[in-house]
Design a protein around this ligand. Sequence first.
Ligand SMILES: NC(=O)c1ccc[n+]([C@@H]2O[C@H](COP(=O)([O-])OP(=O)(O)OC[C@H]3O[C@@H](n4cnc5c(N)ncnc54)[C@H](O)[C@@H]3O)[C@@H](O)[C@H]2O)c1
Length: 119
Amino acid sequence: MTDASRDTLRIGIIGCGAGVFHLRGYESEPRAKVVALAGLDTERCQRLAKQYEIPAIYGDYRELLEVADIDAVSIAVPNHLHMPVAIAALEAGKHVLIEKPLARSAEEGEQMIAAAQKS
Ligand SMILES: NC(=O)c1ccc[n+]([C@@H]2O[C@H](COP(=O)([O-])OP(=O)(O)OC[C@H]3O[C@@H](n4cnc5c(N)ncnc54)[C@H](O)[C@@H]3O)[C@@H](O)[C@H]2O)c1
């Protein structure tokens, strides 16, 4: 959960493809700090981590979600994973920013919104 005693939001980015666009956005925001990446394509993630000096890389996204001092995640994984990853992130207490499209169907989107309202 966000620590009110600090003014920086600590971010994890899940997905090292379009995730780079989120990364560049956060780079220009002094109140956000990207502290971790997650991706199954290790080499691509390692290149990004080196370029942007991101200290931690995880394989499966669940490992990143277990990190207590990550406040928020950007989700940039393939579309069929948007719903399960977003719901897992919300259940882990993270704020969630997600790539378009939100989900594959209105039903999936509604489940995600319900999880957000509950978290
Ligand atoms: N590429 C673009 O220009 C672009 C533009 C607009 C929207 N998007 C959206 O961005 C999202 C991702 O697209 P992309 O082009 O980057 O796809 P991509 O296949 O290039 O990258 C997907 C990333 O997700 C990671 N991933 C998959 N399963 C994972 C798991 N279980 N744990 C951790 N990481 C996992 C992969 O390792 C990879 O890093 C999609 O929703 C797409 O619609 C992409």
